[in-house]
Design a protein around this ligand. Structure first.
Ligand SMILES: *Cc1c(COP(=O)(O)O)cnc(C)c1O
Length: 383
C-alpha cells in the first residue's frame, strides 16, 4: 500500500504551486491593505497588486482589464453570468440554450430560471460528448437571449468547438457564455477569436488558491450587461460587491501566468502521461474510453469497465490513488453521472467508471503504479 495515495483528481482541485504561494504570502500580513482604500499608502499597495493581477488575467484571454469581474470562483461567475443576463434581457426574450453535460453550477441556475418562467433548451451531446452544431443552430429562437456551453468538461475533458459556437451566436445576436473553469491555463482561450461574450474562470483547477475566480463580461461589440447578484459597496463597477481578496487575486494571476507560460511543454508532457496510462489500462478486457479520444483536456482520462461493481472498483483502488468515479452520492442514493448518462452509457458502465485527472506534479512512475493498481483491482474483482 502506498500512503498517501497518488493524487490523480486534478479536475476536482489542484495543489497550490509553491511559486503561487510565494507570490501570495506578502499580501496576508505585510501588504494587507484594502484595495478600495483610496486615501492611503496601504490601500494603494493593494490596489496596485490587484490592478496588475487584473491585467495579467485579462491578457490571458485577450480581454481588457475592465472586463474582468472578480468572484469567489466559477460557481459564482456562472450564476452572475446566467442570472445576470436573464435579468437584463428578459424583456427581449426568455429562452436560454445550454447543454446536458454542463456542470451543475450552470445547470442549476438555468433550472432556477425555469422556475421563474424562463424556457431552457438542454442540448443533447453525441456519443463522443461533443454537441452537434446543426442541433444548436436549430435550437435558436427569436426569443433566445443566451447560449451557455462549457469550454472543457470536468468529467470527460471534452473540448467544445468554442469558435464555431461563438460565430453562430453572433449570427443570431445571442450572447455566448462559456464556463472555462477547466480550460483556463490548459488550452488557449481568446474571447475575440472565439466570439465569447461572458467567460467564467477559477484559480483552484490551475494550481491557484480556492475561493477566487472571475467573470469576463464583454464591454464592446457587443456591450454585455449583467445585473449584479450581490449588492453592497459597489466594488467591481457595481457588479460584485465585497472587499477584494488581494492574496487570492495575486495568486490567481500568478497561477494563470505560469500555466500559460508552461502550456506548450506541459500539454505535451500530460498527453504523454495520459497515453501511457491508457496504453497500460487497455490490456484489460472490457475497458472503454469515455469522451472524444483527442478533443479533450491533455490530463483527462475517463474510462468505464464492464462486469465490475462501481463501488467495489472505487474502494479497491483507493489505497493506491485518489480518483473520482462516475457515480455521485446525492442524498444517500447513488446516481450515475449526468454527463456519462448524456453520452448514452448504460447505468452499469456509468457506475463502473473512473476519472483520472493527471496534473503538473504527476510523474511517469506514478502513472505506472496507478495503472498496475487499477489492473490488479479489476482482475481481483472479476475473479
Ligand atoms: C470546478 C468547476 C466549477 C466550480 O468552480 P468553483 O470555482 O469551485 O466554484 C464550475 N464549472 C466547472 C466546469 C468546474 O470544473
Amino acid at each position: 500500500m502506498l500512503y498517501p495515495p497518488i493524487y490523480l483528481d486534478c479536475h476536482a482541485t489542484t495543489p497550490v504551486d509553491e511559486r503561487v504561494l510565494a507570490a501570495m504570502l506578502p499580501f496576508f500580513s505585510k501588504h494587507f491593505g484594502n484595495p478600495a482604500s483610496v486615501s492611503h499608502f496601504y490601500g494603494w499597495e493593494a490596489e496596485t497588486a490587484v490592478k496588475q493581477a487584473r491585467e495579467t488575467l485579462a491578457a490571458a484571454i485577450r480581454a481588457t482589464p475592465e472586463e474582468m469581474i472578480f468572484t469567489s470562483g466559477a460557481t459564482e461567475a456562472n450564476n452572475l453570468a446566467i442570472k445576470g443576463v436573464a435579468e437584463t434581457r428578459f424583456s427581449r426574450g426568455r429562452h436560454i440554450i445550454t447543454v446536458a453535460t454542463e456542470h451543475n453550477a450552470v445547470l442549476d441556475p438555468c433550472r432556477y430560471l425555469q422556475s421563474l418562467g424562463f424556457e431552457v433548451t438542454f442540448l443533447p451531446v453525441q456519443r463522443d460528448g461533443l454537441i452537434d452544431l446543426a442541433e444548436l443552430e436549430q435550437a435558436f429562437r427569436s426569443d433566445t437571449i443566451l447560449v451557455s456551453v462549457m469550454a472543457a468538461n470536468n468529467e470527460i475533458g471534452v473540448l467544445q468547438p468554442l469558435a464555431q459556437i461563438g460565430a453562430l451566436c453572433r449570427e443570431h445576436q445571442v450572447f455566448f457564455h462559456t464556463d472555462a473553469a477547466q480550460a483556463i491555463g490548459k488550452i488557449p482561450l481568446d474571447v475575440e477569436a472565439m466570439s465569447i461574450d461572458l467567460m467564467s474562470v477559477t484559480a483552484h483547477k490551475v494550481y491557484g488558491p480556492k475561493g477566487i475566480g472571475a467573470l469576463y463580461v464583454r464591454r464592446r461589440n457587443p456591450r454585455v450587461r449583467v445585473a449584479p447578484q450581490l449588492h453592497g459597496g459597489g466594488h467591481e463597477r457595481g457588479l460584485r460587491s465585497g472587499t477584494l481578496y488581494t492574496p487570492q487575486i495575486v495568486g490567481f494571476a500568478k497561477a494563470v501566468e505560469l500555466a500559460i507560460a508552461e502550456m506548450p511543454t506541459e500539454t505535451e508532457r500530460l498527453i504523454g502521461l495520459r497515453d501511457r496510462l491508457w496504453h497500460q489500462l487497455s490490456q484489460l478486457e472490457g475497458i472503454f474510453l469515455n469522451g472524444h479520444p483527442t478533443l479533450r483536456l491533455p490530463g483527462n482520462l475517463n474510462v468505464s469497465i464492464s462486469g465490475v461493481d462501481g463501488q467495489a472498483l472505487l474502494l479497491g483502488v483507493q489505497p493506491v490513488m485518489a480518483v473520482s468515479s462516475g457515480s455521485a452520492c446525492t442524498s444517500a442514493k447513488i446516481e450515475p453521472s449526468h454527463v456519462l448518462a448524456a453520452l448514452g452509457l448504460p447505468d452499469a458502465l456509468a457506475y463502473a467508471s473512473i476519472r483520472f485527472g493527471i496534473g503538473r506534479f504527476n510523474t511517469e512512475s506514478e502513472i505506472d503504479q496507478a495503472a498496475a493498481g487499477m489492473i490488479a483491482t479489476v482482475r481481483g474483482l472479476r475473479e
